[in-house]
Design a protein around this ligand. Structure first.
Ligand SMILES: [Zn+2]
Length: 313
Protein backbone atom coordinates (compact mmCIF):
# COMPACT_ATOMS: atom_id res chain seq x y z
CA UNK A 1 0.00 0.00 0.00
CA UNK A 2 1.43 3.39 -1.04
CA UNK A 3 2.07 5.94 1.69
CA UNK A 4 2.69 9.66 2.06
CA UNK A 5 4.58 10.97 5.10
CA UNK A 6 4.44 14.58 6.26
CA UNK A 7 7.72 15.35 8.01
CA UNK A 8 11.25 13.91 7.88
CA UNK A 9 14.51 15.59 8.93
CA UNK A 10 16.66 13.47 6.63
CA UNK A 11 18.43 16.50 5.08
CA UNK A 12 20.18 16.98 8.45
CA UNK A 13 21.69 13.47 8.38
CA UNK A 14 24.62 14.74 6.34
CA UNK A 15 25.68 17.00 9.22
CA UNK A 16 25.65 14.16 11.72
CA UNK A 17 27.57 11.72 9.55
CA UNK A 18 29.57 12.84 6.53
CA UNK A 19 29.37 9.33 5.10
CA UNK A 20 25.55 9.30 5.11
CA UNK A 21 24.24 8.34 1.68
CA UNK A 22 20.50 8.71 0.99
CA UNK A 23 20.64 6.15 -1.79
CA UNK A 24 22.07 3.20 0.18
CA UNK A 25 20.94 1.43 3.32
CA UNK A 26 22.01 3.22 6.53
CA UNK A 27 21.62 1.45 9.85
CA UNK A 28 22.19 4.60 11.91
CA UNK A 29 19.37 6.67 10.41
CA UNK A 30 15.60 6.27 10.06
CA UNK A 31 15.28 7.18 6.39
CA UNK A 32 17.01 6.37 3.10
CA UNK A 33 15.81 5.41 -0.36
CA UNK A 34 16.08 1.68 0.38
CA UNK A 35 13.78 2.01 3.41
CA UNK A 36 11.41 4.27 1.47
CA UNK A 37 10.98 1.59 -1.18
CA UNK A 38 10.56 -1.15 1.43
CA UNK A 39 7.80 0.90 3.13
CA UNK A 40 6.03 1.80 -0.12
CA UNK A 41 6.61 5.52 0.40
CA UNK A 42 5.15 7.47 -2.50
CA UNK A 43 5.72 10.98 -1.18
CA UNK A 44 7.75 12.45 1.67
CA UNK A 45 7.94 16.00 2.94
CA UNK A 46 11.61 16.94 3.47
CA UNK A 47 11.98 19.55 6.20
CA UNK A 48 14.54 22.33 6.15
CA UNK A 49 14.95 22.59 9.91
CA UNK A 50 17.03 25.56 11.00
CA UNK A 51 18.86 24.63 14.20
CA UNK A 52 18.99 27.09 17.08
CA UNK A 53 22.70 27.83 16.67
CA UNK A 54 22.00 29.53 13.31
CA UNK A 55 19.34 31.88 14.70
CA UNK A 56 18.80 34.65 14.04
CA UNK A 57 21.64 35.94 11.85
CA UNK A 58 22.54 32.84 9.86
CA UNK A 59 19.04 31.42 9.53
CA UNK A 60 18.57 32.36 5.88
CA UNK A 61 22.07 31.11 5.04
CA UNK A 62 21.29 27.75 6.66
CA UNK A 63 17.87 27.61 5.00
CA UNK A 64 19.51 28.05 1.59
CA UNK A 65 22.20 25.49 2.40
CA UNK A 66 19.58 22.82 3.15
CA UNK A 67 17.47 23.78 0.12
CA UNK A 68 20.60 23.33 -1.99
CA UNK A 69 21.11 19.91 -0.40
CA UNK A 70 17.50 18.96 -1.22
CA UNK A 71 17.91 19.93 -4.88
CA UNK A 72 21.22 18.06 -5.10
CA UNK A 73 19.35 14.95 -3.96
CA UNK A 74 16.60 15.40 -6.54
CA UNK A 75 19.06 16.10 -9.36
CA UNK A 76 21.24 13.09 -8.59
CA UNK A 77 18.41 10.57 -8.86
CA UNK A 78 16.01 9.34 -11.49
CA UNK A 79 13.90 7.83 -8.72
CA UNK A 80 12.84 11.03 -6.96
CA UNK A 81 10.28 13.47 -8.33
CA UNK A 82 10.05 17.07 -7.19
CA UNK A 83 6.48 17.92 -6.15
CA UNK A 84 5.37 21.51 -6.76
CA UNK A 85 1.70 21.35 -7.67
CA UNK A 86 -1.31 19.13 -8.19
CA UNK A 87 -0.18 18.18 -11.68
CA UNK A 88 3.03 16.74 -10.15
CA UNK A 89 0.98 14.75 -7.63
CA UNK A 90 -1.29 13.36 -10.37
CA UNK A 91 1.71 12.37 -12.53
CA UNK A 92 3.42 10.82 -9.49
CA UNK A 93 0.44 8.49 -9.07
CA UNK A 94 1.01 7.23 -12.63
CA UNK A 95 4.75 6.50 -12.35
CA UNK A 96 7.01 4.51 -10.04
CA UNK A 97 8.95 7.47 -8.61
CA UNK A 98 8.94 8.79 -5.05
CA UNK A 99 7.69 12.33 -4.62
CA UNK A 100 9.71 14.85 -2.60
CA UNK A 101 8.09 18.01 -1.29
CA UNK A 102 10.24 20.79 0.19
CA UNK A 103 9.22 22.34 3.51
CA UNK A 104 10.69 24.90 5.90
CA UNK A 105 10.43 24.35 9.65
CA UNK A 106 11.01 27.75 11.28
CA UNK A 107 10.57 30.98 9.30
CA UNK A 108 13.55 32.84 10.78
CA UNK A 109 14.85 33.45 7.26
CA UNK A 110 11.62 35.03 6.00
CA UNK A 111 11.79 38.78 6.62
CA UNK A 112 9.65 39.97 3.71
CA UNK A 113 7.15 38.87 1.10
CA UNK A 114 9.88 39.02 -1.54
CA UNK A 115 11.99 36.58 0.54
CA UNK A 116 8.94 34.30 0.63
CA UNK A 117 8.50 34.54 -3.14
CA UNK A 118 12.17 33.70 -3.71
CA UNK A 119 11.77 30.63 -1.48
CA UNK A 120 8.68 29.69 -3.49
CA UNK A 121 10.79 29.96 -6.66
CA UNK A 122 13.23 27.56 -4.98
CA UNK A 123 10.27 25.15 -4.76
CA UNK A 124 9.36 25.50 -1.08
CA UNK A 125 5.75 24.35 -0.80
CA UNK A 126 5.16 24.01 2.97
CA UNK A 127 6.19 26.29 5.85
CA UNK A 128 5.91 26.10 9.62
CA UNK A 129 6.18 29.74 10.74
CA UNK A 130 8.13 28.81 13.87
CA UNK A 131 10.03 26.06 15.57
CA UNK A 132 9.86 26.27 19.38
CA UNK A 133 11.24 29.81 19.69
CA UNK A 134 9.73 33.21 19.01
CA UNK A 135 10.65 34.79 15.71
CA UNK A 136 9.56 37.78 13.60
CA UNK A 137 6.47 35.88 12.38
CA UNK A 138 5.04 34.33 15.56
CA UNK A 139 5.75 32.69 18.91
CA UNK A 140 6.69 29.04 19.02
CA UNK A 141 5.45 26.57 21.62
CA UNK A 142 8.52 27.23 23.80
CA UNK A 143 7.17 30.74 24.48
CA UNK A 144 3.89 29.63 26.03
CA UNK A 145 3.96 32.12 28.94
CA UNK A 146 3.93 35.24 26.75
CA UNK A 147 0.74 34.12 24.98
CA UNK A 148 1.97 35.68 21.73
CA UNK A 149 0.23 35.05 18.42
CA UNK A 150 1.12 35.99 14.86
CA UNK A 151 2.91 39.30 14.29
CA UNK A 152 1.75 41.78 11.65
CA UNK A 153 4.45 40.41 9.35
CA UNK A 154 3.40 36.85 10.23
CA UNK A 155 -0.17 37.59 9.09
CA UNK A 156 1.10 39.16 5.86
CA UNK A 157 3.31 36.16 5.16
CA UNK A 158 0.41 33.80 5.84
CA UNK A 159 -1.79 35.58 3.26
CA UNK A 160 1.06 35.60 0.73
CA UNK A 161 1.65 31.88 1.35
CA UNK A 162 -2.01 31.14 0.64
CA UNK A 163 -1.90 33.15 -2.58
CA UNK A 164 1.23 31.35 -3.76
CA UNK A 165 -0.05 27.90 -2.76
CA UNK A 166 2.47 27.29 0.02
CA UNK A 167 0.91 24.98 2.61
CA UNK A 168 0.80 26.22 6.21
CA UNK A 169 2.09 23.86 8.90
CA UNK A 170 1.04 24.71 12.49
CA UNK A 171 3.24 22.16 14.30
CA UNK A 172 5.45 23.90 16.92
CA UNK A 173 3.30 27.05 16.94
CA UNK A 174 2.08 28.46 20.29
CA UNK A 175 -1.72 28.24 20.81
CA UNK A 176 -2.35 32.00 20.43
CA UNK A 177 -0.84 31.87 16.93
CA UNK A 178 -2.84 28.75 16.14
CA UNK A 179 -6.08 30.57 16.97
CA UNK A 180 -5.00 33.64 14.98
CA UNK A 181 -4.63 31.33 12.01
CA UNK A 182 -8.04 29.73 12.54
CA UNK A 183 -9.49 33.24 12.38
CA UNK A 184 -7.67 34.47 9.25
CA UNK A 185 -6.77 31.38 7.18
CA UNK A 186 -8.74 31.03 3.97
CA UNK A 187 -7.29 27.64 3.05
CA UNK A 188 -6.93 24.35 4.94
CA UNK A 189 -3.71 23.91 6.93
CA UNK A 190 -2.05 20.99 8.66
CA UNK A 191 -0.09 20.03 11.75
CA UNK A 192 2.51 17.91 9.99
CA UNK A 193 3.96 16.22 13.10
CA UNK A 194 1.83 16.66 16.24
CA UNK A 195 -0.18 14.29 18.47
CA UNK A 196 -3.09 14.41 20.91
CA UNK A 197 -2.68 16.33 24.20
CA UNK A 198 -5.46 14.36 25.88
CA UNK A 199 -3.62 11.08 25.19
CA UNK A 200 -0.13 12.35 26.03
CA UNK A 201 0.22 15.57 28.00
CA UNK A 202 3.08 17.27 26.15
CA UNK A 203 2.86 20.92 25.08
CA UNK A 204 3.84 19.95 21.50
CA UNK A 205 0.55 18.06 21.22
CA UNK A 206 -2.85 19.47 20.21
CA UNK A 207 -5.85 19.85 22.51
CA UNK A 208 -9.36 18.76 21.51
CA UNK A 209 -10.43 22.25 20.42
CA UNK A 210 -7.39 22.50 18.13
CA UNK A 211 -8.06 19.04 16.66
CA UNK A 212 -11.68 20.03 16.00
CA UNK A 213 -10.64 23.34 14.44
CA UNK A 214 -8.24 21.57 12.05
CA UNK A 215 -10.96 19.11 11.10
CA UNK A 216 -13.55 21.86 10.53
CA UNK A 217 -11.02 23.65 8.35
CA UNK A 218 -10.59 20.37 6.37
CA UNK A 219 -6.95 20.15 7.36
CA UNK A 220 -4.71 17.29 8.48
CA UNK A 221 -3.12 15.99 11.67
CA UNK A 222 0.14 14.14 10.95
CA UNK A 223 1.11 11.76 13.73
CA UNK A 224 4.53 12.12 15.30
CA UNK A 225 6.40 8.93 16.30
CA UNK A 226 8.53 10.57 19.02
CA UNK A 227 7.90 8.49 22.18
CA UNK A 228 7.89 11.70 24.29
CA UNK A 229 4.84 12.88 22.31
CA UNK A 230 3.15 9.45 22.41
CA UNK A 231 3.31 8.30 26.04
CA UNK A 232 4.08 9.69 29.45
CA UNK A 233 6.90 7.32 30.36
CA UNK A 234 8.51 7.82 26.92
CA UNK A 235 8.71 4.11 26.08
CA UNK A 236 6.33 3.66 23.20
CA UNK A 237 5.25 0.89 20.88
CA UNK A 238 2.84 0.66 17.94
CA UNK A 239 -0.21 0.45 20.21
CA UNK A 240 0.63 3.93 21.53
CA UNK A 241 0.56 5.37 18.00
CA UNK A 242 -2.81 3.69 17.51
CA UNK A 243 -4.19 5.20 20.73
CA UNK A 244 -3.68 8.62 19.15
CA UNK A 245 -5.27 7.45 15.89
CA UNK A 246 -8.27 6.01 17.79
CA UNK A 247 -8.72 9.25 19.72
CA UNK A 248 -8.70 11.52 16.66
CA UNK A 249 -11.00 9.13 14.78
CA UNK A 250 -13.50 9.14 17.66
CA UNK A 251 -13.30 12.93 18.09
CA UNK A 252 -13.43 14.20 14.48
CA UNK A 253 -13.38 11.21 12.12
CA UNK A 254 -10.70 9.46 10.13
CA UNK A 255 -10.56 11.95 7.22
CA UNK A 256 -8.08 14.23 8.99
CA UNK A 257 -5.51 11.64 10.13
CA UNK A 258 -2.22 11.13 8.28
CA UNK A 259 1.34 10.15 9.20
CA UNK A 260 3.99 12.77 9.90
CA UNK A 261 6.55 10.43 11.55
CA UNK A 262 9.33 13.01 12.28
CA UNK A 263 11.85 10.30 11.32
CA UNK A 264 15.48 11.44 11.48
CA UNK A 265 14.31 14.30 13.70
CA UNK A 266 13.70 12.21 16.82
CA UNK A 267 16.20 10.43 19.08
CA UNK A 268 14.01 7.46 19.96
CA UNK A 269 11.35 5.53 18.10
CA UNK A 270 8.47 3.25 19.11
CA UNK A 271 9.11 -0.48 19.37
CA UNK A 272 8.12 -2.00 16.02
CA UNK A 273 8.57 1.31 14.17
CA UNK A 274 12.33 1.66 14.64
CA UNK A 275 12.83 3.11 11.17
CA UNK A 276 10.82 3.97 8.07
CA UNK A 277 11.32 0.49 6.62
CA UNK A 278 9.12 -0.93 9.40
CA UNK A 279 6.06 1.16 8.54
CA UNK A 280 4.02 -1.84 7.35
CA UNK A 281 3.99 -3.05 10.97
CA UNK A 282 1.57 -0.20 11.64
CA UNK A 283 -0.69 -1.39 8.85
CA UNK A 284 -0.69 -4.96 10.26
CA UNK A 285 -1.53 -3.72 13.76
CA UNK A 286 -4.34 -1.47 12.44
CA UNK A 287 -5.78 -4.47 10.59
CA UNK A 288 -5.61 -6.56 13.77
CA UNK A 289 -7.60 -3.82 15.51
CA UNK A 290 -10.38 -3.97 12.93
CA UNK A 291 -9.45 -0.93 10.90
CA UNK A 292 -10.56 -1.69 7.34
CA UNK A 293 -8.14 -1.58 4.41
CA UNK A 294 -10.12 1.41 3.16
CA UNK A 295 -9.58 3.26 6.46
CA UNK A 296 -5.87 2.43 6.49
CA UNK A 297 -5.55 3.66 2.93
CA UNK A 298 -7.25 6.90 3.98
CA UNK A 299 -4.61 7.45 6.68
CA UNK A 300 -1.69 6.44 4.48
CA UNK A 301 -2.54 8.27 1.27
CA UNK A 302 -6.15 9.19 0.45
CA UNK A 303 -6.52 11.94 3.09
CA UNK A 304 -3.33 13.51 1.74
CA UNK A 305 -4.60 13.41 -1.83
CA UNK A 306 -7.87 15.08 -0.83
CA UNK A 307 -5.91 17.74 1.06
CA UNK A 308 -3.61 18.53 -1.88
CA UNK A 309 -6.64 18.73 -4.17
CA UNK A 310 -8.35 21.17 -1.78
CA UNK A 311 -5.27 23.38 -1.55
CA UNK A 312 -3.98 23.21 -5.12
CA UNK A 313 -7.07 22.22 -7.10
ZN1 LIG B 1 9.59 19.52 14.42
Amino acid sequence: MNKFIGHIDTLLNYDQDKSYDFFTNNDNFHVDLVKMKKAGIKLAVFAVYVESKYKPFWALERTLELIDRFHNLIESSQELQLIKDLEDIESLLENDKIGALLAIEGGEGIFSESALRILYRLDVRMIALTWNQRNQLADGIGELETNGGLTTLGKKILSAMEELGIILDVSHLAPAGFWDIVKIAKKPFLASHSNVLNVCNNKRNLDDEQLKAIAENKGLIGLNFAPAFLVKDKKADISDVIRHIDYIRDLVGIENIVLGTDYDGIDNTPKGLEDLGKLDNLKEELLRRNYSLQEIEQIFILNWLNFFRRIWG
